[in-house]
Each structure stands twice: as C-alpha cells, then as structure tokens.
Design a protein around this ligand. Structure first.
Ligand code: NAD
Ligand code: TYD
Length: 346
C-alpha cells in the first residue's frame, strides 16, 4: 500500500536541538498537525520552540516517552512517529549511564508498543553513527556490525535492535537513520561546537580532549532534518540509512575556526585530559540515502559562520541555558581535567 500524506506527526524530543528544527521543517512543508512530546530534561526547552509554539498546527505535550499514559495521549490520531527523544551526551553517559538506558532503550520500547497499537504508517527512529564505534579508516555502511564503545552509543544501538525487532516480529513499518555529528542554532552548550562558542563569548577557554586530532563529520542541522524527512517519505520500511556530510575535521581545527570567527585569542584553546574510550573517528557511507535524492547543502565553513553569528546574537538564549545546573555539570565533567592527557597518541 502506498504512503498517504501525513495528517498528524508525533515528534518526540521536539523541544531539543534537532527535534525543534524538524518541527519547523514540518510546518514549512505544510504538515497539517504536529504533536511534540518532550520531557523537558536539562537538554530540552520551550525556548527552542519559541517561534512555533503559537502556531495552531503545533500541540506541545510535556511528558516522558517511557510513560505509556503520556505516549497514549500524544500518539492518538498520529500517522507517523519520529523519535528524537533521548539522552544524548557521551560525557554524561560516562558519568551516569542509567538515564540513557531508561529513555533511549525503555522509552523507545514504550513508543514502539503504542505505535503498533495505533497502527502508524511510519515509525522513524533517529539514531547515530556512533553505533558503529570508531571507524579508523574508510566509512561504515548500513550492513556493517555495530560496535558501540560508550554507554550513549550502546544505548542507541540497543534501541535500534528493538526497533528492528518490531519490524521483523510484528511488521511495524520502521525506519532508522544514523546521523553524524550535527551543529547549528539552538544546540545545548554542552556539545563541542556550542561549548566552544559560548565559552569564548564568556571569556572562558575551549577545552580540547587529548591531542584534539579526533575526527568528526559535521552536518548542519537543517541538512540533517531534510535527510530525516527524505527517509520518512521515500525510505523503505525495515531499512537503515546513514546520514553523513563528508566534511571531516579534527577537533582542534574546529576550535581554531571558531576562534578565528570570534577574533578570539588562540591561546584560549587548552588541551585537557582525554575522554575515556574516546572514539578517534566516525565516518559513514551515505550513498544509500543519496540514492533517495538527498544531499547535504551547507559547507562546513558556511554553517559554522552562521552558527557563530546566531550565538553571538542570542546571548539571551544561551545564557538562560547555561544556568546553575549547567555550572554543576561543567564542574563535574571538567573539574578534574586540567592535567593534559598523558596517553600516547594512537
Ligand atoms: P538534545 O539533547 O538536544 O534533545 C533531546 C530532547 O529529548 C530534549 O528536548 C529532551 O528534553 C528530550 N527528552 C529526553 N528524554 C526524554 C524522555 N524520556 N521523554 C521525552 N523527551 C525526552 O538532542 P539532539 O542533539 O537534538 O538529538 C536528537 C536525536 O538525534 C537523539 O536521538 C540523538 O541520539 C540523535 N542524534 C544526534 C546527533 C547530534 O550530533 N546532536 C547526531 C546523530 C544523532
Ligand atoms: P561532542 O559534541 O560531545 O560529540 P560526540 O562525542 O558525540 O562526537 O564532541 C565532539 C568531539 O569534540 C568529540 O571528539 C569530543 C570532543 N570534545 C572536546 O574535545 N572537548 C569538549 O569539551 C567536548 C564537549 C567535546
């Protein structure tokens, strides 16, 4: 049976970074109704939806994807689910992994159960390239084995296995995307790029884990959202799609680019003790998604300049997010890191 136009889409985690951009994209695409279910953890905020909350097509529900009652209410009448809701920060998963299992694995299970019950047309689970583990050479393809190496990545891999089990066991029309590192406006400042920008804007150093030669592939958030939409509409149920940008940069180069854009002092970049088990490099082959007609549009230097400008103008947004709870996390994660890593470079 062909896909009918979506009438009402449930976006979980829609008050977070990528989810809030995806809500904007759905509205721009004239999707008639968008339901956002978000727990508003430290990472989520209605400030991320500031420009769309008054739109009559948007309904916001404050709730937990691991709570069947909240999901039952949110999913009623929806013909698609896009699951962004997650605990997302690797460093926090190293400090306290339990919440990652609760939301990323159990929460996904609750959503799958309810999606099966109401019979949605599509269940798109937003996953990450981190499930492959570090890719020292070449690029991971969708059929490659999953070798997650930190608790965040392990919880995302575990969730994926349950998602696929609902396809093979019950025929729920699932899709999985594995996106690479994403950046842009409204990203909570614990992540590397917004941390670098907001630290420099507040006169603090930029901490670089270890030698800073770890590589990530950087994707602009709007490109990530278009990729997810492409998979939602054109993807084959039961399939997985890598989302990459082919714009790999070593972390130290990213930090230097941010310093240049802000005319800051290069001495503000400081090497600190490395993240345990730090994945050296991620890379995905995204030719399967390209075959559906998607391609990333934003060159890294352009997207980074746009992002820096946004944070420069939105001190109101990021100072509100860098609150007391952020300061506590910062002290916990960075307090004992001042000694440069003594580990040899691999
Ligand atoms: P984020 O941390 O900015 O936002 C996560 C959102 O989920 C927040 O609004 C939070 O309140 C909400 N949430 C957390 N637990 C919840 C729960 N139990 N119930 C309901 N809502 C809950 O994350 P993000 O960067 O926007 O990532 C979104 C998704 O994309 C995640 O699944 C993540 O694994 C995936 N992803 C992110 C990146 C990246 O670089 N940011 C890359 C690839 C994949
Ligand atoms: P991050 O944004 O946490 O994403 P991920 O770990 O999921 O890729 O980090 C991106 C890269 O930047 C990663 O290699 C770790 C590094 N990093 C630092 O060097 N210093 C920092 O303070 C942070 C948060 C990250």
């Amino acid at each position: 049976m062909g896909l009918r136009p979506f009438r009402r889409i449930l976006v979980t985690g829609g008050a977070g970074f990528i989810g809030s951009h995806f809500v904007r994209l759905l509205l721009a695409l004239d999707v008639p109704e968008v339901v956002v279910l978000d727990k508003l953890t430290y990472a989520g905020s209605l400030l991320d939806l500031e420009d769309v909350l008054d739109d009559p097509r948007v309904r916001f529900l404050h709730g937990d994807i691991a709570d069947p009652a909240a999901v039952t209410e949110a999913i009623a009448g929806c013909d698609a689910v896009v699951n962004f809701a997650a605990e997302t920060h690797v460093d926090r998963s190293l400090l306290a992994p339990a919440a990652f299992i609760q939301t990323n694995v159990w929460g996904t299970m609750v959503l799958l159960e309810q999606a099966l019950r109401v019979g949605v047309q599509r269940f798109l689970h937003v996953s990450t390239d981190e499930v492959y583990g570090e890719i020292l050479v070449g690029a991971a393809r969708e059929a490659d084995p999953l070798r997650p190496r930190n608790p965040y990545a392990a919880s995302k891999a575990a969730a994926e296995h349950f998602v696929f089990s609902y396809w093979t066991s019950y025929g729920l029309p699932v899709l999985v995307t594995r996106g690479c590192n994403t950046y842009g406006p409204y990203q909570y400042p614990e992540k590397f790029i917004p941390l670098a920008i907001t630290n420099l804007l507040s006169g603090q150093p930029v901490p670089i884990y270890g030698d800073g030669l770890q590589e990530r592939d950087w994707l602009y958030v709007e490109d990530h959202c278009h990729a997810i939409w492409t998979v939602l509409v054109h993807g084959k149920p039961g399939d997985t799609y890598n989302i990459g940008a082919s714009q790999h940069r070593p972390n130290i180069e990213v930090a230097r680019a941010v310093v240049r854009l802000l005319n800051a002092d290069p001495a503000a970049i400081v090497h600190v003790a490395d993240r345990p088990g730090h994945d050296r490099r991620y890379a995905v082959d995204w030719s399967k998604l390209a075959a559906l007609g998607w391609t990333p549009r934003t060159p890294f230097e352009e997207g980074l300049a746009r992002t820096v400008t946004w944070y420069r103008h939105r001190a109101d947004w990021w100072t509100a997010r860098r609150d007391e709870a952020f300061a506590q996390y910062y002290a916990q994660n960075y307090g004992n890191r001042s000694v440069p890593s003594s580990e040899p470079c691999r």
